[in-house]
Write a protein of this length. Structure first.
Length: 484
């Protein structure tokens, strides 16, 4: 019996370190879990769109990102019975391309500096243009097939300094410095539609690499300044090619300065964006009367040129929220503006004796307003509270043409339809939320006034102002979304 007790005592002594070690491991795992939960905040959603369009439109991202209906495209026939607008063709698709994953990293601090970061991506790229199954010579404009790829939306870090004493010592300031890719300051305040385009091209839509500083001065005022580069949303240039090379050779970041005033449900922002790019860095030598000079190889002699166009685009944003009601409005007067998904571009206004070009931008007024009303419905003691919201969006674009006369219509660079004079959109929406699940139904009518290209461009102002006619698209879309 004594031997048995001795053996049990010996085993108990051996088990103590093992139990202690297990306790340490459990404590470490709990600490790691607590750290991850405190500092790493994953988020995202699974989203599907079901979309019907009444006619062909300029669009992207699997046709989910809708810009505007295409102009009339009449077939060539003398028989009235066979005359048809080939763009008056309806389509339907449904996709889950914009499913998203993100991670917020928060809560790190060293002395008086706070650190945070974000990385966000979704399934966007990968769909390709297909060849028509009806006629192999026809290249369809819809990217409808392929495998969706993961693409970067946002990736940035922030450094923040809080409770900085202001002059006089009666109030405090906070400074946030952001480095990385995020929303352009002019595009950060989006309307409340469920459409993927979020109101574009009636308002700016752009995410870009940048260095941005927000200085909150007291309770009501914030000053913002940013230096911005181009990556996905690009300026246009010769040959109607959109590229970041124009900024690369221009060696000048896009600059933004802005002011925000915020108090008790009211927010006002005003700012301006300045962009300076170099559309060409290689040109052709010209003689005294403007004819090309040939090199020793018999071809036009290429020379270095220093073309440059500089544009400025101011904007104002207003927002008011109270209870279940909110109203937002934004207006921008853009020079060019195609890099922000606005309707705009520029053209050549003069060919200089040294072979360089002078340019003139389009001037476009783009505005939108969105109104939201709605609150909780049903039994709110439920674990999955319900909310029904009604949303109304309206947008208007007016093309004022170019600042100066153009040398020719062929040297006019515009990403979509350069014969657009004005356009409007009206979009009512119902959005029903049950816990983390959302169901949205939206009707979107977009109408564009085009000029007749066959009657030519008015080079004095860069407008097709003859044969004006309206073209309208009706879009109906259903959205399902699960947030996590």
């Amino acid at each position: 019996m004594k031997r048995v007790l001795s053996i049990c005592f010996l085993f108990s002594l051996l088990a103590v370190p093992v139990i202690a070690q297990d306790s340490v491991q459990v404590a470490k795992k709990a600490a790691v879990k607590s750290h991850l939960k405190q500092h790493f905040k994953p988020y995202g959603f699974i989203r599907n769109y079901f979309v019907y369009d009444s006619r062909e439109s300029y669009s992207g991202t699997g046709d989910l990102y809708n810009y505007q209906p295409k102009d009339e495209n009449w077939n060539q026939t003398d028989d009235p019975a066979l005359r048809q607008d080939l763009n008056a063709q309806s389509t339907f698709r449904f996709l889950s391309l914009t499913t998203r994953l993100g991670l917020n990293i928060v809560g790190y601090k060293w002395r008086n500096t706070e650190f945070s970061a974000k990385i966000e991506a979704d399934f966007y790229a990968g769909l390709s243009t297909k060849t028509s199954t009806v006629n192999s010579a026809i290249k369809e404009s819809h990217a409808v097939s392929g495998v969706a790829q993961f693409r970067l939306r946002q990736a940035y870090l922030t450094l923040a300094w809080d409770s900085l004493t202001m002059v006089g010592g009666k109030d405090f300031a906070r400074v946030d410095l952001l480095i990385g890719q995020t929303w352009h300051p002019m595009a950060a305040d989006l309307c409340d539609v469920i459409a993927l385009a979020s109101g574009a091209p009636f308002g700016p839509f752009n995410r870009s690499p940048m260095v941005k500083m927000d200085a909150r001065l007291g309770k009501f005022v914030t000053l913002t300044a940013a230096g911005i580069w181009q990556m996905q949303y690009l300026s246009i240039g010769p040959g109607n090619v959109q590229s970041a090379e124009y900024m690369l050779y221009g060696k000048t970041p896009e600059a933004y300065v802005g002011l925000s005033v915020h108090t008790k449900g009211f927010l006002m922002r005003a700012g301006a964006d300045v962009l300076s790019i170099q559309p060409r860095h290689i040109g052709t030598a010209l003689d005294a009367i403007g004819n090309p000079v040939n090199g020793t190889d018999g071809k036009p002699l290429q020379i270095k040129v220093n073309d440059r166009i500089t544009t400025a685009s101011p904007f104002v944003y207003l927002q008011y929220k109270k209870g279940e009601f909110s109203i937002k409005a934004k207006t921008i007067f853009a020079e060019a503006g195609e890099h922000m998904n606005l309707n705009g571009g520029y053209g050549v206004s003069r060919i200089n004796a040294d072979g360089s070009y002078a340019y003139t931008p389009t001037r476009t007024s783009s505005s939108w307003i969105s109104i939201v009303y709605g609150g909780k419905v049903g039994k709110q003691e439920d674990k999955h509270p319900q909310k029904l919201q009604g949303i109304l969006f309206g947008g208007y674009v007016q093309n004022f043409g170019t600042k100066e006369a153009l040398v020719s219509a062929s040297e006019f660079y515009y990403p979509r339809a350069n014969n657009m004079n004005r356009m409007w959109r009206l979009s009512p929406t119902l959005l029903y939320t049950v816990g983390k699940f959302q169901l949205g139904l939206e009707y979107e009518i977009t109408s564009v006034q085009y000029g007749d290209k066959a009657q030519g461009m008015n080079l004095a102002n860069g407008l097709y102002d003859k044969g004006l006619h309206w073209v309208t698209n009706h879009r109906l879309q259903l959205m399902t979304k699960y947030n996590f």
